[in-house]
Write a protein that binds this ligand. Structure first.
Ligand SMILES: N[C@@H](CCC(=O)N[C@@H](CS)C(=O)NCC(=O)O)C(=O)O
Length: 208
């Protein structure tokens, strides 16, 4: 049985933002049986957890003889193994990977930085405004690039799993409001039955 790790005892404000949701969503899309292994935050910082995820983060992923970490790599592995959500046509595949990495490296770190600043008592208003502006600019470029397209590639792909989950925190800060195409993109992807199933399992980890 495929297994992946997730956290319990984590703040309610991270609901729907933890990266394990991406792996859940992919597994639901693929219709693969899976189980999540739940850890407390302190447990992830010591052995035996560190043997599975050396940075002490979630998720790790285990299937048969394979043990790995890094959400993006897990999604690529699953897409290649099951030949879904990553085209085998060279140009389309390259563009899917481009948008997947754009989500993870050109958008997510800036949104995360802003998230951290919000809870940093030493962060000045000026620093927060600057960080906000970077996020707004990145989201604007994304909106321009998506244009009237349904997805970042020709069809739904691992790039959309990453981008949708990355943009959830941008949604919470209302950064998508000036961009109806991105709002429709989010609605379209979040309406997928596999996403709904994944999110419903994910939120069960949180105590109200
Ligand atoms: N690059 C890693 C990042 C994993 C990561 O940041 N996990 C967060 C949850 S989204 C975590 O475990 N945070 C708790 C911590 O760092 O102590 C991946 O994509 O898998």
């Amino acid at each position: 049985m495929i297994q992946f790790s997730c956290l319990t005892d984590i703040p309610n404000m991270t609901k729907g933002l933890v990266r394990e949701l991406r792996v859940r969503w992919m597994l639901e899309e693929l219709g693969l049986p899976h189980e999540s292994v739940i850890y407390s935050h302190p447990e992830t910082k010591k052995d035996p957890y560190l043997l599975l995820q050396p940075f002490g983060q979630v998720p790790y992923f285990k299937a048969d003889d394979l043990q790995m970490f890094e959400t993006g790599a897990i999604l690529i592995h699953l897409a290649l193994k099951y030949n879904k959500f990553l085209s085998d046509e060279e140009i389309e595949r390259a563009h899917t990977l481009q948008w997947m990495f754009a989500g993870q490296t050109s958008i997510e770190p800036f949104l995360f930085h802003l998230f951290l600043l919000k809870f940093d008592p030493e962060a000045t208003e000026k620093t927060k405004e600057k960080a906000q502006q970077i996020c707004k600019d990145r989201v604007r470029v994304l909106s321009e690039q998506l244009g009237e397209k349904e997805f970042f590639g020709k069809s739904f792909s691992i790039a959309d799993i990453v981008m949708t989950t990355v943009l959830r925190s941008a949604c919470m800060s209302n950064f998508l409001d000036p961009h109806p195409n991105l709002l429709s993109y989010m609605n379209r992807n979040e309406a997928r039955p596999a996403y709904k199933r994944a999110l419903s399992e994910h939120v069960k980890l949180y105590k109200e």
